[in-house]
Ligand binder design. Structure first.
Ligand SMILES: Nc1ncnc2c1ncn2[C@@H]1O[C@H](COP(=O)(O)OP(=O)(O)OP(=O)(O)O)[C@@H](O)[C@H]1O
Length: 241
C-alpha cells in the first residue's frame, strides 16, 4: 500500500541554524513519490532554511534526512544533488551573462551523459516553450517570470527524483504567478515529486497533496490543503489572513 512505501524524501527530527540558536526545531515530514508537499508560513520563520539544510547548504545540528530511505544528512551539496534532490532556490540565482541554454545546462552538471542531458533539455523546452524561443538570450535580459522559468528548468535539468522549489511566486505579478503555478501543475500531472515552499497557502492549495504550516521553526499544523484554508483561526494567527 502507498503509505508503507519508502518516501522519496523524509526529514526526521531536523534541527538547524546559522551562527546563533536553532532556526529549525525538530522538523519531521515526508514527501511520498508523485506528491506535492508544501510548506507554508510567514517569511523569516525557516522555510528556506529547511530546503537549504536538506541540500547540505546549511548545517544540520540534529536529525536525519533520507532520500529513498538512504541517509543523506552528511553529504555535501553536490552529493545531495547527485542523490536525486534538486533545489530551485529562492530568487533566480541565474548566471546573468550566460544564455538561457547555458544556464539550463548548468543544472545538469552532475550528469555526464550527453544523450541524457539532451533528453532533459527536450523535456524542459517542451514544458517551457518560451525558453526554447529564447534559448540564446542572456539571462539578465529576461523578464522576472522568464527568469523564474529558467530556474525551474535548471532544476529539472538535474534530473532528480525530488524537486525542492523555494517560493517561486516571490516578486512576480499575479498573472505571472499563475503561469508559474500552471507549470508546477503540469509537473504534478506528470507525477513529479515536489517539496514546495510558499508563503500564501491559497496560491498552492489546489496543487498540494499535503500542507505543513511552519511557524517560528516548528511545524504547527499538517493536513489536507482544503482543511487549512477552512481553518480561519490558523490563517489569522499564523498568516495574518
Ligand atoms: N545566512 C544566514 N545567516 C544567519 N541567519 C540567517 C541566514 N539565512 C537566514 N537566516 C535567519 O534564519 C531565519 C529563517 O530564515 P528563512 O530564510 O529560512 O525563512 P523563510 O521562512 O524562508 O523566509 P523568507 O521567505 O523571507 O526567506 C531568519 O531569522 C533569518 O534571519
Amino acid at each position: 500500500m502507498a503509505e508503507h512505501k519508502t518516501p522519496a524524501l523524509a526529514v526526521d527530527g531536523l534541527s538547524a541554524g546559522y551562527d546563533g540558536p536553532d532556526v529549525l526545531h525538530g522538523i519531521s515530514l515526508t514527501v511520498p513519490k508523485g506528491q506535492i508537499v508544501t510548506v507554508v508560513g510567514p517569511n523569516g520563520h525557516g522555510k528556506s532554511t529547511l530546503l537549504r539544510t536538506i541540500s547540505g547548504l546549511t548545517r544540520l545540528r540534529q536529525g536525519r534526512i533520507l532520500a529513498e530511505g538512504r541517509e543523506i544528512q552528511k553529504l555535501r551539496p553536490h552529493q545531495v544533488a547527485a542523490a536525486g534532490i534538486a533545489h530551485v532556490p529562492q530568487g533566480d540565482l541565474l548566471f546573468p551573462e550566460m544564455t538561457v541554454y547555458e544556464n539550463l545546462l548548468m543544472g545538469a552538471y552532475t550528469t555526464p551523459v550527453a544523450e541524457t542531458v539532451e533528453k532533459r533539455l527536450d523535456f524542459v523546452y517542451g514544458l517551457l516553450p518560451r525558453l526554447k524561443e529564447r534559448h540564446g538570450q542572456i539571462a539578465s535580459s529576461l523578464s522576472g517570470g522568464e527568469r523564474r522559468m529558467v530556474g525551474i528548468g535548471r532544476g529539472l535539468m538535474a534530473g532528480g527524483d525530488v524537486m525542492m522549489i523555494d517560493e517561486p511566486s516571490l516578486g512576480l505579478a499575479p498573472l505571472v504567478i499563475e503561469q508559474i503555478y500552471e507549470v508546477i501543475g503540469q509537473l504534478r500531472a506528470e507525477g513529479r515529486t515536489i517539496l514546495l515552499v510558499e508563503e500564501n497557502p491559497a496560491r498552492v492549495a489546489h496543487l498540494s497533496d499535503v500542507m505543513h504550516l511552519l511557524d517560528d521553526g516548528r511545524i504547527v499544523w499538517s493536513g489536507a490543503p482544503q482543511d487549512l484554508l477552512e481553518r480561519e483561526e490558523l490563517l489569522s494567527t499564523y498568516l495574518g489572513g
